[in-house]
Design a protein around this ligand. Structure first.
Ligand SMILES: [Zn+2]
Length: 314
């Protein structure tokens, strides 16, 4: 059912929703009424939301090449009950707001839910503006949709565009929607959404859980080495913390990669005795950091301490 396109992109969510969709289609379980997708790839979060909507509305068994009216509508952005909600989508006639998702839109949604529907209704919330895609950005749309004629950006929600007033106005709709209604919020992180909403949603990290990081990832971040100074050591620590969070990986994996990198560097510079001394010293510091991790110290403290020690040399 779920397009294999998502199998590598979001492996955990792919498995979870594959099972859930089967159970929902068989009438054994209800599909969740509110979901938060978090992670860096908002465009693919959006396509994943559309794919869920397609399968739940398909008149056949949801195969990717199905050509039933619902599949056709969704793949061509014209399904009457699969709604984008953003600063530029789902605006009522008297709504002059252009930079926020407004309280009026929340009221409009509540009104639309008071009417009965034969479809599984979707409201997909994201930030958006008019946007012309470059040719290389369109490939993912062609993979899943009938056309790539999309003239709006797909960006994560934040407090500026999706403020507490609107969220509060939406609470009732999210809490007690009619059956077969699903709200999906596309975010970078659940922290960008009001906690009262988050507590009513199932949260999925759709970041494409990588199992191993590449050498190049580390090289990119640590490109300052050996010039790590008091001025930049905490920035480096912040970048690594962000990387660990975004990629959902364990700090030990990072530390081991740094070790590998340093040992490699050592081999290449074996004739430069002062540099060898420096690298050997830093290898000791990284090994200490690995010990701190085993003692359950917080990532931030481990990384701050490690880069500070590397900067000052002891
Ligand atoms: Zn279909």
């Amino acid at each position: 059912m779920l397009n294999n396109y998502f199998k590598n992109k979001f492996p955990f969510a792919f498995n979870y929703f594959s099972n859930l969709l089967d159970l929902t289609k068989e009438g054994i379980r209800d599909f969740p009424q509110a979901l938060i997708f978090e992670g860096a790839d908002t465009k693919n979060q959006y396509l994943f939301a559309l794919e869920l909507a397609r399968i739940l509305n398909c008149q056949n068994n949801g195969e990717i090449d199905c050509d039933c009216i619902n599949c056709r509508w969704i793949k061509s952005h014209s399904h009457p009950c699969v709604n984008n909600v953003s600063q530029i989508h789902f605006k009522g006639e008297n709504d002059e707001t252009k930079t926020v998702i407004s309280v009026k839109q929340a009221a409009e949604i509540e009104k639309s839910l008071s009417l009965s529907s034969d479809y599984h209704r979707f409201f997909i919330f994201f930030s958006s503006r008019e946007y012309n895609y470059a040719e290389n950005e369109l490939a993912c749309f062609r993979e899943l949709l009938y056309d790539d004629n999309i003239n709006y950006s797909i960006e994560p929600l934040n407090y500026q565009t999706f403020n507490p007033a609107t969220l509060n106005a939406l609470l009732k709709s999210i809490e007690e929607p009619p059956k077969r209604t699903t709200f999906i919020f596309l975010t970078k992180s659940r922290e960008d959404i009001l906690a009262t909403i988050v507590s009513r949603c199932l949260v999925f990290k759709l970041s494409g859980e990588k199992t191993s990081i590449t050498y190049n990832d580390i090289l990119n971040i640590i490109s300052n080495y050996p010039n790590i100074t008091y001025q930049n050591c905490f920035d480096l620590s912040d970048m690594f913390q962000k990387y660990i969070k975004d990629e959902n990986i364990n700090i030990e994996e990072i530390l081991n990669k740094i070790l590998e990198y340093l040992k490699d560097l050592l081999k290449k510079n074996i004739s430069n005795s002062s540099f060898v001394l420096k690298i050997n010293n830093d290898i000791k510091i990284v090994n200490e950091a690995i010990k701190y991790k085993k003692a359950n110290m917080q990532d931030k403290i481990i990384l701050d301490t490690m880069f500070l020690k590397i900067a000052r040399g002891y």
